[in-house]
Design a protein around this ligand. Sequence first.
Ligand code: ZN
Length: 685
Amino acid sequence: MLKKWIFMATLFGGLLAFAGCNSSPKQEEQQDSQTQTEEEQGFKWVVDRFADKRVLHYRIPDFDKLSLQQKKLVYYLTQAGLAGRDIMYDMNYRYNLAIRHAIDKIVKDYQGERNGADWDNFMLYAKNVWFSNGIHHHYSMDKFIPAFSKEYFQSLLKATGQELSEEVLTAMFDPKTDLKKVSLDPSKDLLLASAVNFYDPDISEKEALAYYKPIIDAGDKERPLSYGINTKVVRRPDGSIGEEVWKIDGMYGPAIAEIVKWLKKAREVAENEQQKHAFDLLIQYYQTGDLKTWDDYNIAWAQTTSGDVDYINGFVEVYNDPLGFKGSYETIVQIKDFEATKRMEVLSGNAQWFEDHAPYLPQHKKKKVKGITYNVVNVAGEAGDASPSTPIGVNLPNANWIRAEYGSKSVSLGNLIEAYFNAEGSGISKEFAYDEEEIERNEKYGQLADKLETALHEVIGHASGLIEPGVGTPKETLKNYASTLEEARADLVALYYIMDPKMVELGLMPNLEVGKAAYDRYILNGMMLQLRRIEPGKDIEEAHMRNRQLIAAWALEKAMPEGIITKEVRDGKTYFKIHDYEKLREIFGQLLREVQRIKSQGDYKAGHDLVENYGVKVDPELHEEVLRRVAPLNIAPYSGFVNPRLVPVTDENGEITDIKVEYPDSFVEQMLEYAEKYSFLKVRQ
Ligand code: ZN
């Protein structure tokens, strides 16, 4: 069920991405249509804009309402998170740290000409690398090819007293070397085609799977450990395969020692005994690398629900590993959003109703839906794989058996979503909506539609459905299509219910106009808008994007002959106009039943056909049109964030008396500050 972490789910983004989600997407999307209030205009939401990206601010609401002890807890947890920042760079690619350190020093110290095309291209490259925690695009996975020459770069190195090996320079400049961070192309060896640093470069997919097979076979089937989640697979001098464990006295040790140092401080100001116990286990896990301890920690963490402060810290999401074993380092520090959480409890309280009314075959419904929780939190700090590009929702832990037996925590990152909304104008809606009615509906209900879709996707969607007895997990049966189909199921659950009068009855939305806004946005995004993130001539590769096109294209194929949706062309511009929202809902219901059947029965052939026929190929004409229409809007497809800076205030004895929040307004300065404070790993040359 696990999936890549980057993406999110929102409508114009389609369902925002969720991190975690047994699938976790990271935010990539665009919001539009929200106008700023006067108060919000006083806060500068957009900090930087370059390439296909923009960097935003987020605020920490209600920080001052926390007790001093809670503020300290938040502060220590953000420090623990940042302490591991280097780890993510090294995980993404074996030369990333060498390259980043060189870049950091040049940007900080270079005394020569800091103007002109070469310098600008260098700075663009630097920002791209910082944004992606490495030299590959965080979303497309493609390597950034510098627009400056190797000679120019070498002159910058020399001028700042640095040197890089020929191997590192080749990694940077050779357009044939390590082009893809993560390749999911089933026609190639997934590991040899991927640059990610979880396996030694010469280890093949076949070898890695052969290494893990006996380990998995010998393990507990009911409650499997997270094999390989905290190790790098390496080739020993004798040619055999082994693992290097990420722990305090192992690989990444110096950074992990710092993480542990701050976690110990956090432990001292824990909000309750359960939270303290979870910290003890996490510290123990970082000290030993023991996978049983990792499970124990996750159970303790999942059961710690009473505090106002929560966090994610560890090697968590497995999307960056083409084989799905290795956890990427990440941290998110969260403060509960009380009001929104209360509203959403309504949804989880009715989980069984949703399961009972799902359009599944009867044998694919859960008699008892368990462990659903949903919380809206506000982020106080992020690091590793969650920063600068971030998920906007998280659903953890990932282990299915822990989720089933102990429950899971699903959170929506409220202040980040708010920042996305506020950073956007209404340009996209005006360009792509069919008529005024659609624009107005979107302005009025678009934000609520996104929030509810996200909630339904996470709380109801990912928890729903039953695998038939004797059928393996979707990861086993559906293989590389499992993530896309899991996301499709979750999105379809959200789409199916967001047009259900039950949502109005529950007081979650004022009327079904919200659902209509959701449908307008979904079809538009799935068919058109998301194509702006694909280069001409390329296929869709990312699971969440595949799932969105799959759903939109399949629905369109069924809806168009009936006149439920029509494709209108006006002044050379394409629009999709929905005429009957109720009937479209039925179509989503049919697809939902089929996707659940595929998952429940492990029908690889049907899953393969659905994804390949509807989710992968791009209509080249429509694609070209989208790029042409979006270009004048100058919108960045991807967003990331600078973190607020938490600054302890101390008295004459050095005791912390308060924690102040500052909002840095330069992405470059934050990256240099982090390099200065949190570079704990040795550079691989
Ligand atoms: Zn999801």
